[in-house]
Design a protein around this ligand. Structure first.
Ligand code: SF4
Ligand code: SF4
Length: 328
């Protein structure tokens, strides 16, 4: 069945949101899941847009609060205290938004596809969630949208580390023909191949999986699974059995993600906003709209095929990639 995705600009955002049964959010504490920006990255979702969403939820008699999770690396979001300070600096305050800002550093184990993902406490507790996702490129997954907002952003730092580590390549010497294809496709030059030698630098590898996909001899496998498969599983752990409304912002579409202090240039003109109730459909619609304006731009700049997370999401029952786009 085609999922309906509304394509709108800011002035009709209200009309897009009310197409969905917001009355079920009434009386509920509703986490508004978003990324509140990393140090030196200017592209994150702005408080002015968040305020519009908070006000929409309040109009529906919901009790919204912002939520995100701590991260594994030492930037500005490694601990709750650091992240709250940075969020405050970026304008995400009770004063500006009229709601609490919560950072989770612990979670609850949830099993998906035989693997355990620790879902952030406040997401796990919620029956209703509003997801606000900035769509942009990503060095490991090609793009980041709603699936990545939950798949990496909705889980504890321990799960984040495990997802990253599990996607690194494992080399089987016996199967290798030294064709050099893996070295050619690696965006980070982490592999060097000579006539009878294969060298790999784990320090420069980002676990994107491009080499595993490209190896014609199956001499490369993931430690566990493709990063984009694990992202889809992790996202499912966060949202399954919940009512979730998704807003994707297709503006300031940069090469790299909001976590990256060096996210690179804007690679696609601003497009607008999408609203839907299916993370796979809304990410597919986002990718299609971006590809219409700049064909395969994420693949071209990041050398990683972003459609995989959408296909995996559909395969594991996270959502549907078939959608009907309605322009408001
Ligand atoms: S692509 Fe596969 S077979 Fe070719 S060099 Fe790399 S690991 Fe070996
Ligand atoms: S997983 Fe990605 S970054 Fe790592 S070696 Fe393979 S292609 Fe390079």
């Amino acid at each position: 069945m085609n999922k309906v995705v509304f394509f709108t600009d800011l002035k009709d955002l209200h009309n897009a949101v009310i197409q969905f049964p917001l009355q079920s959010f009434s009386g509920k504490k509703v986490p508004l899941k978003l990324h509140m920006g990393e140090k030196k990255n200017p592209y994150f979702v702005k408080p002015e847009l968040v305020k519009l969403v908070v006000d929409e939820l309040k109009k529906a008699s919901a009790d919204p609060f912002l939520v995100d999770t701590t991260v594994a690396y030492h930037g500005g979001r490694h601990t709750k205290t650091e992240y709250l300070k940075l969020a405050n600096l970026h304008g995400f305050t009770m004063n500006n938004l009229g709601c609490d800002v919560v950072i989770d550093d612990s979670g609850v184990s949830t099993m998906i596809e035989g693997r355990t993902f620790e879902v952030a406490d406040h997401l796990k507790d919620a029956t209703h969630i509003f997801a606000l996702s900035h769509v942009k490129g990503h060095i490991q997954s090609g793009m980041g949208g709603a699936i990545k907002n939950f798949g990496m952003g909705g889980v504890t730092k321990e799960t984040k580390i495990r997802i990253h580590d599990s996607s690194y390549p494992v080399y089987q010497k016996d199967a290798c023909t030294y064709c050099g294809v893996c070295a050619e496709v690696c965006p980070f030059h982490a592999i060097k191949v000579n006539e009878e030698s294969w060298d790999y630098n784990e320090k420069t590898c980002f676990g994107c999986g491009a080499c595993v996909d490209a190896c014609p001899s199956k001499a490369l496998q993931h430690q566990d699974a493709d990063l984009q498969f694990l992202l889809a599983c992790s996202a499912k752990a966060c949202v399954q059995d919940k009512t979730v409304l998704y807003l994707n912002e297709l503006k300031r579409i940069a090469k790299g993600c909001d976590c990256d202090p060096n996210a690179g240039p804007i690679i696609c003109p601003d497009i607008g906003y999408l609203v839907g109730d299916d993370p796979v459909a809304i990410d597919k619609a986002s990718l299609d709209l971006i590809n219409k304006v700049k064909e395969n731009v994420f693949e071209k700049v990041n050398k990683v095929y972003p459609l995989k997370q959408i296909k995996y999401g559909e395969a594991i029952g996270l959502g549907s990639s078939s959608y009907q786009l309605i322009r408001l």
